[in-house]
Design a protein around this ligand. Structure first.
Ligand code: UT7
Length: 323
């Protein structure tokens, strides 16, 4: 059977690093509160000329270089983002243009913090369905531009960045020993819409709007939703927490990550945590975390890696992949 195998990875961060201390001068907060409640120590904030598309392009170029490929080899660009450069056209076609690509097709997906898991699952379907052979899957965000910088309950949590993977069709045996995406499980429940949303949009206010979140409410649902969908991935593949080499979660809050891992019996040593470095970068957080753990040699070819995310919508999902 056809599997979607990872051939390359890349990441991009804005130039400016903003440590917690710097936020103490903007809203009434403290480094201690932020670290204790979230695990975040710093985030990167996009400056002039840095956009979702520019960060996405940089991550995509790095992923192509690592894969030993050029834009000519790609036939589909899928960008997960909730902070596109423009309402339309899609950031994916903007990146396509920046890469000098005029063939193939490109579009965006919007599943907020679950965007990268949704995008990987979607790319896998296009590959297994035969519509694409090589896909650039990008998670790219500039959440700093939709934050209310007067609201301390949200502005300290998010950051900007991008990450990308190149997926390629390869022949597998149909077992969990295959390299590539082994299973994906996506969920959503729009009845939670008001708990995490943006209070503007083209069809309502005609403005971009600002992010609004009832953090405690999101927190309350997070661990249960994450563990349910990871268990679905284990069940579908006959794998267990013991067979897993790495859990690479969406990076929103260290307490959510550790709570989920504990409930599943996954030791902290097997969990990749980068929320301290990047804050919550929404759809970019998983590929940014992957890139850190690949750069430092933790994740190796053949490892069994679980990706998971939960966010606005609510949307949530898990994806098991053999690297
Ligand atoms: O990626 C999408 C998914 N999003 C998430 O997963 C986020 C989920 N939620 C969370 O991570 C946590 O709920 C937060 C980090 C947002 C908040 O942590 P919490 O432990 O749930 O705190 P809380 O909202 O219950 O607030 C506790 C106190 C409040 O004061 P009172 O009412 O107890 O006097 C807040 O006003 O902390 C106060 N507070 C702050 N204090 C200093 C809220 N924000 C801040 C702040 N600095 N930045």
């Amino acid at each position: 059977m056809i599997r979607s195998v990872v051939r390359g990875y890349g990441a991009a961060l804005p130039k400016r690093v903003v440590p917690n201390r710097e936020l103490e001068g903007i809203v009434e907060t403290s480094d201690e509160w932020i670290v204790q409640r979230t695990g975040i120590r710093q985030r990167y904030i996009a400056g002039e000329g840095e956009t979702t598309a520019s960060l996405g392009e940089e991550a995509a170029r790095a992923a192509l270089n690592r894969a030993g490929l050029t834009p000519d080899d790609i036939d589909f660009i899928l960008v997960a983002t909730s902070t596109p450069d423009n309402t339309f056209p899609a950031t994916a076609v903007n990146i396509q243009k920046r890469l000098g690509m005029t063939h193939g097709f490109a579009f965006d997906m919007q599943a907020v913090c679950s965007g990268f898991v949704y995008a990987m699952a979607t790319a896998d379907m296009y590959i297994r369905g035969g519509m694409a052979k090589r896909v650039l899957v990008i998670g790219a965000e500039t959440f700093s531009r939709i934050l209310d910088w007067k609201d301390r309950t949200t502005c300290v949590l998010f950051g900007d960045g991008a990450g990308a993977l190149v997926l390629e069709a390869a022949e597998g045996e149909g077992t969990v020993a295959d390299r590539g995406i082994l299973t994906a499980h996506l969920r959503s429940d729009g009845s939670h819409k008001e708990k995490l949303y943006v209070d503007g949009g083209p069809s309502t206010t005609g403005t971009v709007g600002h992010l609004r979140m009832e953090g405690r409410e999101v927190f309350k649902h997070a661990v249960g939703m994450i563990t349910d969908v990871i268990e679905a991935a284990f069940d579908a593949t006959g794998t267990t927490a013991e067979s897993l080499d790495w859990l690479v979660p969406h990076q929103a809050n260290r307490r959510i990550i550790e709570g989920s891992a504990k409930k599943l019996g996954i030791p902290n040593e097997k969990v990749v945590v980068t929320v301290d470095l990047h804050g919550n970068t929404s759809a970019a957080s998983i590929p940014l975390a992957l890139s850190v753990a690949l750069d430092d040699g933790r994740i190796k070819q053949g490892d069994l890696v679980m990706l998971e995310a939960m966010g606005g919508g609510f949307t949530w999902g898990a994806l098991l992949i053999r690297w």
